[in-house]
Design a protein around this ligand. Structure first.
Ligand code: G3P
Ligand code: CA
Length: 265
């Protein structure tokens, strides 16, 4: 198990519970996060979006249609509307072998509720989603992190990691608090290895990158590591693929199935 103080060491191999333990519980619910903690994941991964009335909630898709009984865009719904939704029955319907009565009617959590539930006991890997359309998302995120005393010297390094596909969102965060470890997510459709100067640019504000496990090979990971970046491929659910990523030099993986890959730690 990684000791808290070495979370960001490059020889630590981190298991990041992607949307929580999302193989066995509805993604982005207190249940999926609790199960990830029970499985000794190094981090719970939270996708952040903002409601119409400016509240940060844990939600992946732009619309609520796939993972609730509702319909419409998160950004166009009030928190009150979102709190009326059933965010678990879809999982039971899609996974009858893993269906649980307790998932029926489970709600979409706010980031505040997640911090109230887990506080210091969890490590948080938080993605700012649609940040350009979410006025003040970074400020609200830092306010909550400060309110729950999850930043600063009182916490082990790496207690909170913030990730985004948006370099603007990350550089905004870096200007507000340069001590927060940031991960630049890359959606590199063409699999080409970014130029060294691209990685050097990331190094100015980020400690690492997140990139699709389907689009990285040893050469890609080696260049990123030589630039001084941690590499966290997403999303790896099979042990053999995790072993391959680790042997290629990855320093952790996003996984929906922590149990399946736990021997990598
Ligand atoms: O945040 C890492 C990975 O989750 C990015 O892809 O679409 O699952 O948020 P997505
Ligand atoms: Ca994510």
């Amino acid at each position: 198990n990684n000791q808290q103080s070495t979370l960001l060491d490059e020889d630590a191999f981190l298991l990041i519970a992607h949307r929580g333990a999302s193989t066995i519980a509805p993604e982005h619910t207190l249940a999926s996060y609790q199960l990830a903690m029970d499985m000794d994941a190094d981090y719970i991964e939270i996708d952040l979006q903002m409601t119409k009335d400016g509240v940060l909630v844990a939600f992946h898709d732009e619309t609520v249609d796939r993972t609730t009984d509702g319909s419409g865009k998160v950004a166009e719904m009030s928190l009150a509307d979102i709190k009326k939704l059933d965010a678990g029955s879809w999982f039971n319907a899609e996974n009858p072998d893993r269906a649980k009565e307790e998932y029926v009617g489970i709600q979409v959590p706010t980031l505040e509720e997640i911090f109230i539930a887990f506080g210091d006991s969890a490590n948080y890997y938080i993605e700012t989603k649609q940040p350009a359309q979410s006025e003040g998302m970074e400020e609200k995120l830092l306010e909550l992190l400060d309110q729950f005393e999850l930043l600063g010297a009182s916490q082990p390094e790496g207690k909170v990691i913030i990730e985004s596909f948006s370099a603007d969102s990350l550089t905004t965060l870096h200007q507000m608090d340069e001590d927060i470890p940031l991960i630049q997510l890359i959606d590199n459709m063409n699999q080409a290895i970014p130029a060294a100067e691209t990685f050097e640019l990331y190094v100015e504000y980020a400690v690492g990158i997140g990139v699709s496990s389907k689009k990285v090979d040893e050469a890609y990971i080696t260049v990123a590591r030589e630039a001084g970046l941690l590499v966290h491929p997403f999303v790896v659910d099979k042990l053999a693929e995790g072993e391959k990523m680790k042997s290629c030099g990855a320093t952790g993986i996003f996984t929906n199935d922590v149990d399946a890959v736990s021997s990598l730690k």
